[in-house]
Unconditional design. Structure first.
Length: 116
């Protein structure tokens, strides 16, 4: 399997995160949103338990499938994301993915508690 096929397969196994990167963080995302945090509040924090669970599972998968900073950067480019974590957030793509995984994990715990 060549690299392009590998990245296509990886993207196919993470459709929600791919959509976040490619749709919400498209090349002109800054015309629609004031900052990255606004997107995350809208798409993650306001999402249901099951949606956060899906993001968490996808991010767990991606962090295993993309073990290096270079792999994560390549994935962001492959899906056509206009977000550059290094430029926009001052951190690597992989470090940001770890933060997102922790955030959706926390969201799951909060939303699961709300359901009781």
């Amino acid at each position: 399997m060549d690299r392009h096929d590998f990245l296509r397969e990886v993207a196919g196994r993470a459709p929600e995160f791919k959509s976040l990167l490619a749709a919400e963080f498209n090349y002109d995302w800054e015309l629609d949103w004031p900052d990255v945090e606004s997107v995350l509040v809208h798409d993650l924090d306001s999402a249901s338990y099951s949606e956060n669970e899906q993001y968490r599972d996808e991010l767990d998968y991606l962090l295993n499938a993309l073990p290096t900073e270079g792999d994560a950067d390549e994935f962001f480019k492959f899906v056509g994301s206009g977000l550059s974590p290094k430029v926009d957030l001052g951190k690597s793509a992989r470090a940001w993915m770890v933060e997102l995984r922790d955030r959706v994990d926390k969201n799951c715990a909060i939303k699961e508690g709300d359901a009781r």
